[in-house]
Write a protein that binds this ligand. Structure first.
Ligand SMILES: *Cc1c(COP(=O)(O)O)cnc(C)c1O
Length: 390
């Protein structure tokens, strides 16, 4: 049996396990003290005022859109090079979705393409209500540029930072919402820290925070000042004042996330060490390694290389298959969302975002996670070299 090397993997310590066991032995498995402690830990780390923990980043994106009033007559824009959840959240709200092409160096939403699309949309009366930039691989988008366009064209911003906790933009932590209304984080096992499953929405706007808080738990409040007046003999200590969901995180999950927070900086530092080593080892091969903007300190959730196919005799698929056959479980992040079969229902056609499509033909995500050993990394590079030159 060959031992496989995945593209991403969680790192679980004895302390993480103990933290979960402690919750299992406590009075509350959910809605206890650990979720608020995890929320505070993330808000403090990221420098945001409010943090709402939920059961996934997908749920966080949904309630973020709702909290910004996205509805059936609205349009949301995101990048095509992302996980489908960044786009599906608009569809959950009945809104229309559209895509802004990527920057050729960072693979993040291109501010130039965004501006050109806004100019056209203004003429036709199709301006977006919300734009969702995604910090692909953990590298922050040009948030100052996107924010300035938001001011000019009147859209709100949700940062999908599912790849990016622990990273920095212009020296400040990603998640502080300086250039956005809401930032979303994911704690899926392949992400930078994990809670098993889980997500978080960060904001500095108290009204938005309150709305997301209600939406996460059925639209129910137990805050007396939010309730409508009741007969004094009624003893209900909660009221449903809106329509929400059960998107709550459990204390079991929060305990794992909170424990992982202690190693967040270590994880990201290790990812940078691995990236630097790849950079050195891959020099000389016909691949483009991840370019880093000087404003950015990436979380390095993913390590994507682009094949210089004009210098290679094989196709992306062939190289992929050689790596996979050798037990190196490379991946492709991502197929442009609008190329997914479901999105054909909305009339999207291949070719919509040329830069994204070119990227899609060349990208491969190499293994990148804190526990990746130097020996494993050497093996990845050796097999890739073999696949390219043999
Ligand atoms: C993983 C991911 C999500 C969804 O995260 P879940 O916590 O699994 O719901 C959303 N957006 C991006 C960019 C992601 O990578």
């Amino acid at each position: 049996m060959t031992v496989t090397i995945p593209y991403g993997r969680q790192d679980i310590s004895d302390a993480d396990i103990q933290a979960v066991v402690d919750v299992l032995k406590s009075d509350y498995l959910t809605q206890g003290p650990v979720v608020p402690a995890f929320e505070k830990s993330i808000a403090d780390y990221c420098g945001a005022q409010y943090s709402i923990a939920v059961n996934s980043a997908t749920s966080a994106l949904h309630i973020a859109c709702l909290a910004l009033d996205v509805g059936p007559n609205d349009i949301v824009w995101t990048t095509p090079i992302t996980f489908v959840a960044s786009s599906n959240c608009a569809l959950y709200c009945g809104a229309r979705i559209d895509f802004v092409d990527i920057d050729s160096r960072t693979y993040n939403m291109s501010v130039q393409c965004l501006e050109e699309k806004l100019v056209r949309a203004e003429r036709t009366g199709n301006l977006p209500k919300v734009v969702i930039p995604v910090h692909l691989c953990g590298q922050p988008c040009d948030m100052a540029g996107i924010h300035a366009l938001g001011q000019k064209y009147g859209f709100k911003i949700i940062e999908d930072a599912s790849h990016a906790i622990g990273g920095k933009y212009r020296g400040e932590p990603i998640g502080n919402c300086r250039y956005s209304d809401i930032t979303i984080l994911s704690f899926h096992p392949v992400k930078i820290i994990t809670a098993g499953e889980g997500g978080m929405a960060l904001t500095n706007d108290v009204k938005v925070a309150k709305r997301m808080n209600l939406l996460r738990s059925h639209g129910i409040t137990s805050d007396a000042e939010d309730m409508t007046p009741q007969a004094p003999e009624e003893i209900w200590n909660y009221q449903q004042i809106g329509l929400g969901f059960n998107y709550r995180m459990t204390d079991i999950h929060a305990a794992l996330g909170l424990s992982q927070m202690q190693r967040l900086d270590k994880f990201v530092n290790k990812r940078h060490i691995i990236a630097k080593r790849y950079e050195e080892q891959l020099s000389g091969l016909p691949v483009i390694t991840p370019w880093q903007h000087m404003d950015s300190y990436s979380g390095f959730h993913l390590y994507v290389v682009r094949l210089k196919l004009e210098e290679i005799d094989k196709s992306q698929k062939e190289i992929f298959n050689v790596l996979r056959a050798a037990g190196i479980l490379v991946n492709l992040h991502y197929i442009p969302v609008y190329r997914q079969p479901y999105y054909a229902n909305f009339g999207f056609k291949a070719g919509l975002c040329p830069e994204a499509e070119q990227y899609y033909l060349e990208a491969i995500s190499l293994p990148m996670y804190p526990a990746l050993t130097e020996g494993q990394q050497d093996q990845v590079v050796a097999v890739l070299r073999e696949a390219i030159v043999a």
